[in-house]
Design a protein around this ligand. Sequence first.
Ligand code: ZN
Length: 182
Amino acid sequence: MPVRPIVRLGHPALRTPARPIPPGLLADPAFQALIDDMVETMHEARGVGLAAPQIGEEIQLFVYQAAGPPEIPLRVVVNPLITPQARELVYDWEGCLSIPDLRGLVPRHSAVRVQGMDRLGQPLDYVVHGFEARIVQHEYDHLNGVVFLDRMRDLRSLAFFDEWEDYLVGRSHQDLDETAVG
Ligand SMILES: [Zn+2]
C-alpha cells in the first residue's frame, strides 16, 4: 500500500469542492486501493484524519482514526453529510497535515450527526461528540474547500508547533491528550 504525497495549502484541490462518489465505483478494486492508501498515508503522517483532497483527489471521502485517549476506531466515510447536533461551540487546538507545523484554536460544534456510506456502500448514520466531532468537522470542511484557518475567530492563537508546545499547549478551553490534526 503506497503512501501518497499530501498536498499543501496552495494546491487547488484544497480549495475545490469535492465531487460525490458514484456508489457503483465502490466495488472497483482501484477505489478500494485508494482508501487503503489514504489510511496508510494518515498513519505515516501521524494524523488522526485525512480527506481525499489532501492527496489531490477531489472526491467526497475521508478517513479518521485516533490511538487516543480517547481511542477512535478507523472510520471510512463516503459522500458525507454532517449536521450539527449542538449549538454550543467548543474551542480547541487543531493542526492540518496540509498546513504543516501550525496550530490554532478553532471553534467546532460539540456534537454532529454523520450520514453517508462506508467503504462497502453500507449506509452510515451516527452521532459523534467531542474530539471525534472535531475531527469529522475538520475533514468534512476539506471536502468543501475549507481549511481550519478559515474557521479561526482570532488568528492571534496561531503558532508554530515548537512554540505552541513551549508556550501554549494546555491553554485551551478543554484539555485533551491529543490535538486534532487531519
Ligand atoms: Zn486538514
